[in-house]
Design a binder for this molecule. Structure first.
Ligand code: G3P
Ligand code: CA
Length: 239
């Protein structure tokens, strides 16, 4: 599976509709997107806590209303030709992309948004994505406890656990525990070995490492038999 990281973010500004449409055009299997909450509790699609890196303004996402966020230019920082791009709401991404490409939604900075999982569960239900079919949706987080709580709200949504550090030494007891909840373990690519993938597969969990940016990495990961890759350049790998 080819997952376009924050959309096809090597070609268009990350987490914008331009990047998501580019991923669809390139025939990636999924788009990965980061969700947070605006001040007025709208689910919005942006990676950083602060808007400074990816817009023409400054300020924390949680301190800005969805209207204020909509007023920002989320494209020019990448290239002038994307100057009309906005920070999308999750609703807008559902409207535009649902049915055209799989959605891998990351719940970003959950410690800052106490009710983000309830909001996300409501939104998924509104769009009838709480019982996804044909691999159309995965929800992921670095926070296992958060995923446990989220599962109680929408038990049919497939979950992914993101891991940054030291997964090679993970015990079988831990893997067994994770396997009760998650369908995917998505590690930093630097952590992936053939042995680790084999151990994870033994628990019927798939592996989508992030973030792959070179052709050399794809060869190593394919040799390790991963199930998918999260990349800024889906076209590299599709070719
Ligand atoms: O899908 C994995 C990846 O998105 C996690 O890292 O920092 O790009 O959100 P980050
Ligand atoms: Ca992410």
């Amino acid at each position: 599976m080819i997952v376009a990281h924050r959309g096809a973010s090597g070609h268009a500004p990350e987490n914008t509709m331009a990047a998501f449409k580019k991923a669809i055009e390139l025939e990636a299997d999924y788009i990965e997107l980061d969700v947070q909450l605006s001040k007025d509790q709208e689910l919005v699609v942006i990676h950083d806590l602060n808007v400074a890196r990816t817009t023409n303004s400054n300020g924390d996402v949680r301190e800005l209303t969805s209207r204020q966020l909509k007023g920002l230019d989320a494209g020019s920082w990448f290239h002038q030709k994307f100057s009309g791009e906005k920070i999308p709401t999750l609703k807008e991404v559902f409207e535009e992309c649902r049915g055209k490409i799989g959605l891998l939604i990351e719940i970003k900075n959950p410690h800052l948004y106490p009710n983000i999982i309830e909001k996300l569960a409501i939104e998924l239900k509104k769009y009838k994505l709480h019982c996804p079919q044909n691999d159309e949706l995965i929800v992921q987080s670095f926070d296992f406890k958060l995923l446990q709580k989220f599962h109680k709200l929408v038990p049919d949504v497939p979950l992914g656990l993101l891991v940054k550090y030291q997964v090679q030494g993970v015990s079988n007891i831990q893997l067994k525990e994770w396997a009760k909840l998650v369908h995917y373990i998505n590690p930093n690519k630097a952590l992936v070995t053939k042995k680790l993938v084999k151990r994870i597969h033994a628990h019927h969990i798939k592996v989508f490492p992030y973030t792959v940016k070179s052709k050399k990495s794809i060869k190593l990961l394919m040799a390790a038999k991963v199930d998918g890759i999260v990349t800024d350049y889906p076209d590299f790998f599709i070719k």
